[in-house]
Write a protein that binds this ligand. Structure first.
Ligand code: B12
Ligand code: SF4
Length: 496
């Protein structure tokens, strides 16, 4: 039987958020790998997962583990900012375990398959799209039970040429996929950021649906345009398993847009209540403003939802239109009010440095955030991720400053990394500074501080808030006395 080891490359919190914010980030479980492992296990293929991020593994630690396992197939998952880390790792793995086949997948691999295969010849196979069926068929091919051409979604090199098999169709019935193999992961070590957890630190994620029909130009639609969801009974069973095994008290119900299908959402909420889960587990989700109404919000609240993350993106209608958000500022204000009235906490996402955005418009967005007043506001810098219409357009217009993927990080203002995209008429330094100022302006307000004080429900929360406050005050003082730090210009690896 083909033996597989799946690896989550180590993209550490300091890399993602910078040293000041790293303590507010969190490592969450690599569910992609857990799904792939579940399918392999179900078909009796031996499989292990190495989460190098959570254990802080260096390449030599990973090689040691791999040598102990001696797998036939090694799979790595890759998002854009992990590219350089993945590439270095793949090279070391091939040098140390030359007989093992290496396959990669994930959002970056799916967006840039050809470029990735040409850049890293040590990769044997690359999976585009959902991987559950592809990895199983790849294992069968490696056993000689299938021809390689029959493995849909697979890309590889033959004689220096990149070959792509037929595209893999999206999995129509998600219930066919087994529960993710969380038993192969150190589940007690994972959580979500302080902004998404309530008192109890441990908070697993459950994927309840895949796909989104909307057109936001900065989004890569890795699960396609059609909203596919698990059946409510399957979701309830997965939650019940998590309660039985790990006694969970909170969870994150993940879907690109949970509320896009009202009848499914209402059925899900009724199911959670009927199973009594709402009394045991509180949950969070992400959603799209114009897909919720009062009836849904009330049902969600009753079913245990305590927080919704809304992508607002901009406080400027012109910019919302440019990024094809297809939402009106008035609707955003209305839905924020409604959500607050119902008693669900809001986390608002705001993007700075959108195409053609002026400095004044950036401040309009920050002021709009203050007006909407979510409990948590997150200000990220616009990154044109490969696979998005935004990336394609800006590349055509020669506006991308670097293809060094390690810099594709939405927290560049705090991590000090250079920005791959800066709108015309703006500067990198100004945007980085703006990202920091946005947080200072938002959180260092008396009413926000008071709100946080009221929300303290444990020593842990108190310490986290205190740490956050200290970081912001220190930053404010450094703005006053020293001016902003210069960005650190080091290369992290790219393929262009
Ligand atoms: C939830 C989420 C998060 C959560 C993760 C929570 C969790 N427990 O997993 C949090 C908030 C932590 C997060 C963080 C980030 N995220 Co995010 N996130 C998502 C989101 C909304 C869903 C991801 C998910 O749950 N996928 C479910 C699994 C099953 O799908 P999957 O990972 O794609 O894996 C499937 C296939 O890709 C493939 N596959 C994946 N790996 C492999 C490996 C092999 C060997 C094979 C064969 C197949 C294969 O098979 C899997 C099963 O079908 C996606 C959008 C989306 N719809 O995908 C963005 C998304 C993945 N995130 C993205 C980004 C950029 C980030 C950050 C880098 C942002 C940042 N600057 O900090 C960080 C990096 C985090 C990290 N891992 O280091 C981008 C990636 C774009 C890109 N080109 O890389 C996405 C696509 C959103 C977007 N902007 O379009 N994220
Ligand atoms: S950003 Fe959200 S609403 Fe927009 S296309 Fe992506 S998943 Fe859909």
């Amino acid at each position: 039987m083909i033996k597989t080891v799946l690896i989550h490359p180590p993209l550490f919190l300091k890399e993602r958020y910078g040293k000041d914010l790293k303590n507010f980030g969190a490592y969450s479980e690599p569910l992609s790998l857990a799904y792939l492992a579940a399918v392999l296990k179900e078909n009796n293929y031996p499989v292990k997962i190495i989460d190098a991020a959570i254990f802080g593994f260096k390449p030599e630690d990973i090689i040691k583990k791999l040598k102990e396992e001696n797998p036939d197939l090694i799979g790595l998952t890759v998002l854009t900012p992990m590219y350089g880390i993945m590439r270095d790792l793949v090279r070391v793995i091939k040098a140390n375990l030359p007989n093992a086949k290496i396959v990669i997948g994930g959002a970056h691999a799916s967006a840039m398959p050809k470029e990735t295969l040409l850049d890293i010849p040590e990769i044997d196979y690359l999976c585009v799209g959902e991987g559950e069926e592809t990895i199983l068929e790849l294992a069968r091919f490696l056993e000689g039970k299938k021809r390689i051409e029959e493995v849909d979604g697979l890309w590889y090199c033959r004689g220096g040429q990149v070959v792509s098999n037929k595209p893999r169709a999206y999995i129509d019935n998600l219930d066919k996929i087994p529960f993710p193999a969380r038993d192969l992961l150190p589940m007690d070590r994972y959580t979500l950021t302080t902004s998404r957890t309530k008192g109890v630190a441990y908070c697993p994620t459950l994927i309840v649906a895949r796909g989104c029909p909307y057109d936001c130009s900065y989004c890569s639609h890795p699960f396609g345009r059609s909203f596919r969801h698990h059946s409510v009974s399957r979701i309830i069973s997965e939650v019940e398993e998590l309660i039985a095994r790990q006694n969970i008290r909170q969870m994150n119900l993940e879907a690109d847009t949970l509320t896009v299908n009202k009848s499914f959402l209402m059925e899900l909420c009724a199911g959670l209540i009927k199973a009594g889960i709402h009394k045991k587990v509180q949950w969070t989700c992400e959603s799209r403003i114009d897909t919720v109404d009062r009836e849904m919000l009330l049902a969600m609240k009753r079913a245990g939802c305590w927080q919704i993350s809304y992508g607002v993106e901009s406080g400027v209608q012109r910019l919302l239109d440019i990024i094809c958000k297809n939402e009106k500022l008035e609707t955003i204000e209305k839905v924020f009010k409604l959500t607050h009235q119902v008693g669900i906490t809001i986390r608002g996402f705001f993007m700075l440095g959108l195409p053609t955005e002026t400095r004044e418009e950036s401040w309009q967005t920050i002021n709009f955030a203050k007006k909407l007043d979510p409990f948590w506001a997150q200000f990220t810098l616009t990154i044109p991720y490969p696979g998005t219409p935004l990336f394609t357009r800006l590349r055509e217009q020669n506006q991308i400053r670097t293809f060094d993927w390690g810099y594709y990080n939405t927290w560049a203002g705090w991590s000090g990394k250079p920005l791959p995209y800066v709108p015309e008429g703006r500067t990198q330094k100004e945007l980085q500074e703006l990202q920091q100022k946005a947080l200072l302006r938002y959180y260092l307000r008396p009413k926000v501080l008071l709100r946080f004080l009221k929300n303290i429900n444990s020593i842990k929360t108190f310490l986290q808030y205190l740490l956050g406050f200290t970081v912001l005050v220190r930053k404010r003082i450094s703005f006053i006395f020293k001016g902003i730090r210069k960005p650190i210009l080091t290369s992290t690896g790219g393929n262009k």
